[in-house]
Write a protein of this length. Sequence first.
Length: 292
Amino acid sequence: MPTAIAVTSADLVLPPMDQHTPTAALLPAPGDQSLEVALAEMAVLLEQHGYVIVLCPSSIPAAHERRLHTIRSVLETNRIALLKPDLPPLGLAVLVRQLRQLSICDFGAGVTASAARLLSHYIYAGAVLNSVARLDRVPVSLKSHAKSWVPGSQFGVLANPSAELIKIGTGRLSGPDFTTRLVVAKGQAQSEWIDQTLVQEWQPSSMEEAALPADSPGWWGTTKLIEFAAFLPDISVLYQLVASVRREVCAWCGIELIGDRCGFCSAPLAVAESQGGDSGIPNRGTPVHHGP
């Protein structure tokens, strides 16, 4: 059975890319499920899949995060990975789907979990905002704050893999140099910029629409937004990217991993093992470029 991928919110589960991509398990908040039921359901997941990789938004409520740690502690298991990538909500949903795709490959659970950090570097996640007055996730200049109060102003913001902000009509956002698919989630903002400008600049091979995640307005500081994310959609490319990274064995829990930190016990790779300078992150674009 493939490694189980779990999420803390149903809107982090995008439709599968193909008929082989499994769905993700939902781990409800404490107010929606008793601890007894949560423990029983996690025990079933572990019995059926062996390992569970849980992806949480960086804005997860403290009570919900404590519940997840309680489950792992009560079950006395190191087979549950709790990951909290610092991605916008739609970008996180994209990462969840990519790990769902990888979960059916011949990678071990440790490699799949630590691949989350690697794949995050290839997700270009941003938004169109009518105001940046309450945006605190991306550095915003005082000049941009002032412009946000001008009626009709709109901003293009990139939060990952680097932080960028432009006033629409006066600049461009740095885009990927490899073939991507673009997913767009429309909130309350109205803008033709994505279709008329961003698509022309980034040249995605295809597009899809998704529902705006519930956490997006809070993450971006406004309800008047359109969120977008460009990502690697092809499972063969994802597989090649992960397989190209040297594998190590965690000195603490013994699981195989890539990169410099274990996704299950969070232990860093021993200094002696990492002195070779391999961070586990190939040069962006080099192993995955497959454009025309």
